[in-house]
Design a protein. Structure first.
Ligand SMILES: NC(=O)C1=CN([C@@H]2O[C@H](COP(=O)(O)OP(=O)(O)OC[C@H]3O[C@@H](n4cnc5c(N)ncnc54)[C@H](O)[C@@H]3O)[C@@H](O)[C@H]2O)[C@@H](O)CC1
Ligand SMILES: [K+]
Length: 467
């Protein structure tokens, strides 16, 4: 498969720190080491600074990777008359920034560790003499009110009169005359430096996307992981339970299954519906449950006769994932919706088979996603919310076994409690495919959908923190 003609799926405009972190994580997973990205970033800023022909440059660095970028800039400027690097000599640092500082000790630059405002005040001469000041204090990792020694460094830089070049994004409060953002602008008006991130890091899902999942606060209450309601079962009895296990393993705290069929599973809450199939007679019970749930996952094992119920669920639900038999016309749409069709269901939804060519397939899913996010399952999954398109290629042919689609819908349901539809669907596709790959490593084509849930936590929750 080639991606050369897939540039049309690159997003444009300003992106937020979370998305940038995800892209960087995906680039690292594709084999572009963080240190090399930093080198490329710092080099681009150094070129911008050198174009101004300065002789004295003051580089203000932080402890994170933004500071690391600043140290790379300083290294490329070391042959100027004077390069002074100020950095905080306290707090934790990242491995990449630490590596840059170690390298800088062997360069022709003056290093000035500071701990407090007084240390900064003692360096006031550097601010007065600088032709250019580089702001590499805080980047996309800035959080909360700016603390010392940065408060004083920002004040000194603003008072100096020298032009400030901000690295990636300005430290809050600083007046930058130029901003050089990496890969994509993080604020309006920034110049963009291409740091060579592979296209696929952006349009394909990857482990970097896992950083989008919000971490759970210490002392979180029961239910903080989300409450998912699965509505399904009838002609096929196991399907809603497989979805429910997917939701539980993907982090939902409480998962209820409203179904005519009972399969004993102690971790799930069974909401019994009388009879052999779900009908409008069950609506009152179901809608009461919809009211309590963060996300409803609906359609698996349902049969074709329950579409009125599906439409009523859609009407009442805030967030819903529709799968399998729910994917019929008229299409249900909750306030926020994810549809998880395979090719046949997509054809039923839209009246046309999805094209085989990936670029055309991307366009077709994008055009069809008018009432919610569509996750079209296939050897390469395609996700679109009508404006963005993302592809996912985790998975294995062993996943053609029954039940894997149900599981994916359940995973999407759990992630949807915490993420917007497009992000939840993209990540669900990634996680489900990875779970299938891990299960298939042990069991090959004898793998079952029920082998997959237990592999989900190691993918979702036990990944190493990014550098
Ligand atoms: N991750 C990567 O692969 C790449 C990252 N890059 C750079 O890395 C930056 C992001 O790096 P990080 O995630 O390490 O984050 P930052 O370097 O932006 O900031 C994190 C550091 O700042 C401190 N901090 C945060 N908020 C603060 C506040 N309000 N007051 C005082 N200190 C505060 C933190 O304790 C931490 O030490 C980007 O903006 C970009 O410049 C580039 O090198 C390109 C590659
Ligand atoms: K900065």
């Amino acid at each position: 498969m080639t991606t050369e003609d897939m540039r049309e799926f690159l997003e444009t405009g300003v992106i937020d720190a979370g998305r940038m972190r995800a892209i960087e994580g995906n680039a690292v997973a594709l084999g572009y080491p963080s240190l090399l990205m930093m080198e490329s970033a710092g080099r681009a800023v150094a070129d911008t600074v050198l174009a101004r022909g300065p002789s004295r440059v003051l580089v203000l660095c932080g402890r994170g990777n933004n500071g690391g970028d600043g140290m790379v800039v300083a290294r490329y400027l070391q042959h100027l008359d004077a390069v002074d690097v100020v950095y905080p000599d306290c707090g934790t640092t990242t491995p990449s920034a630490a590596a840059q500082l170690a390298l800088l000790r062997h360069c022709s630059v003056a290093l000035h560790p500071v701990r407090c405002a007084a240390d900064v005040e003692a360096l006031s001469r550097l601010f007065e003499e600088a032709d250019v000041i580089i702001d590499a204090m805080l980047g996309t990792g800035a959080a909360g009110a700016v603390r010392e020694p940065f408060v004083t460094l920002v004040a000194r830089a603003n008072a100096s009169g020298a032009p400030v070049v901000a690295v990636d994004i300005p430290t809050p409060g600083i007046r930058a005359s130029r901003i050089v953002s990496f890969h994509r602008p993080k604020v309006e008006g920034a110049a963009v430096a291409d740091i060579g991130i592979p296209l696929e890091a952006e349009i394909f899902t990857g482990p970097g996307d896992l950083t989008l999942i919000p971490s759970r606060a210490e002392g979180a209450h029961k239910g903080a992981g989300g409450e998912v309601l699965v509505v399904g079962g009838g002609p096929y009895q196991g399907a809603p339970y497989i979805a429910a296990m997917g939701a539980l393993r993907a982090g939902a705290d409480i998962v209820r299954v409203a179904s005519p069929a009972y399969i004993p599973m102690p971790d799930l809450i069974y909401e019994r519906l009388e009879g052999k199939a779900i009908t409008v007679d069950h609506l009152e019970t179901i809608l009461r449950l919809v009211d309590r749930a963060d996300t409803v996952v609906c359609g698996m094992g349902l049969g074709k006769e329950s579409h009125d119920v599906v439409l009523a669920v859609a009407e009442a639900a805030q967030k819903a994932v529709f799968d399998a038999d729910a994917l019929a016309l008229p299409l249900p749409a909750a306030k926020e919706t994810i549809y998880t069709p395979h090719a046949g269901e997509f054809a039923r939804m839209t009246g046309a088979e999805p094209p085989v060519d990936l670029t055309l397939r991307g366009r077709s899913v994008k055009a069809a996603a008018t009432t919610g996010t569509i996750l079209l399952k296939g050897p390469v999954d395609v996700v679109s919310d009508g404006s963005r398109v993302r592809f996912n290629r985790t998975g294995t042919p062993a996943m053609t076994v029954g039940g894997t689609g149900d599981l994916l819908a359940g995973i999407a349901g759990a992630l949807f409690c915490h993420l917007p539809a497009f992000e939840a669907a993209s990540l669900a596709a990634y996680v489900s495919g990875r779970a299938g790959m891990l299960a298939a490593e042990e069991r090959g084509n004898g793998m079952l959908a029920t082998d997959m849930p237990e592999r989900i936590p190691e993918i979702l929750f036990c990944h190493p923190a990014p550098d």
